[in-house]
Ligand binder design. Structure first.
Ligand SMILES: [Fe+2]
Ligand SMILES: [Fe+2]
Length: 135
């Protein structure tokens, strides 16, 4: 069962960002499914890597748009991105060295972070982009 589902409530009003959010949601669900299916460490590591890589790529896209449009609230927004990357990288290092497992707790953390960040921080950014003519 999907841990998070896309809904129009999550739309930022910017197609490129929404498309990437859909892909992020798919990857979070994929990791959750792999955990519940009891897949081994190698299989989980593959999905975790994919999720981390795509998250970095996605934050890069948003931050490029912030620069292009001189977004006023970019420092706080980028700070949220940076904190998540730090947290997830620390977890990944523990996981890779065999000192952590993919858990319900981790999955709930990712779900809550993603929905809160999209609903508040990315939507606010999307609105500013819309006002600058980006759809
Ligand atoms: Fe985002
Ligand atoms: Fe963001």
């Amino acid at each position: 069962m999907a841990l998070i589902s896309w809904s129009p409530m999550l739309s930022t009003g910017v197609q490129e960002i929404d498309d990437q959010h859909k892909k992020l949601i798919d990857l979070v669900n994929k990791l959750n499914d792999a955990m519940h299916a009891g897949h081994g460490k190698e299989a989980l590591a593959t999905v975790l890597n994919e999720l981390v890589k795509f998250t970095v790529y996605h934050f890069g896209t948003e931050e490029r748009l912030m620069g292009q449009h001189k977004y006023a609230d970019s420092t706080a927004h980028m700070g949220e991105h940076k904190k998540l990357i730090q947290d997830v990288s620390a977890f990944k290092a523990k996981f890779d060295s065999g000192n952590a497992m993919i858990s319900t707790e981790l999955m709930n953390f990712l779900r809550d972070w993603l929905s809160k960040h999209i609903m508040q921080t990315d939507k606010k950014f999307g609105k500013a982009l819309n006002e600058a003519g980006v759809k």
